[in-house]
Design a protein around this ligand. Sequence first.
Ligand code: ATP
Length: 222
Amino acid sequence: MSVGVMGGAFNPIHIGHLNTACEVAYKMNLTKVIFVVSARPPHKDQKTLISSRHRYEMVKIACKGNHAFEASNTEIDRPGLSYTIDTMRGFTEEYGKKLYFILGQDALEDIGQWKSAATLLKTFNFICVTRPGYDSTTLMDLLLSVISLKYRNVKLNILSRTDDGEAETIGIVGSDSVIKLVKVTPLDVSSTDIRERIRNDEPLGYLVPEGVRKYIKENNIR
Ligand code: ATP
């Protein structure tokens, strides 16, 4: 049983998150995807954060329609800043080694700033999904620029390539962890865009699930 862990501020959750999780689960044969709401994400502007309780409620609503989706409040219940390494250690106790942390190209680009990034990469498997606006960077280029330069002790090895020759699976030398690139349908949606629409009283259309749209309205989330 392989399990995907998708961490995020989900500020709020939108179809970019949901469709990505759905396609990754299918392509990577995951039995479930756990959406972990980052309560206090160290790298996000705290001023624009909707309360973690609301963000978690919206993730729960969004997960209702898919039996393979689960919402987790593990980072909300943990005091202090939310670090992925602590979360992944916790899930490893529950699920063993067949775990993948799912993140977008934009998030992978920032991984150098995460707590214990080198240990994280050497210990856990990652799935990096494509995201509009980041298409020009290949996974290997991305990793070389953010990881190899910063962490000289983390060496990368291409294990498989796509038909067009791009790196698809990259191994971390000296560990059995891999980073896989999974191409997903490009959906140029972001939580920033959703929050801007809310602020400007513009319709959210179908960019968030119906239940989430109602929750935002009923709870007067701005
Ligand atoms: P914000 O606009 O507030 O920065 P966001 O839309 O990037 O938020 P996050 O909650 O930060 O949403 O994202 C959680 C994870 O989902 C990240 O790894 C991010 O790369 C990925 N992700 C978010 N939106 C998309 C999308 N449209 N397509 C693919 N991946 C996405």
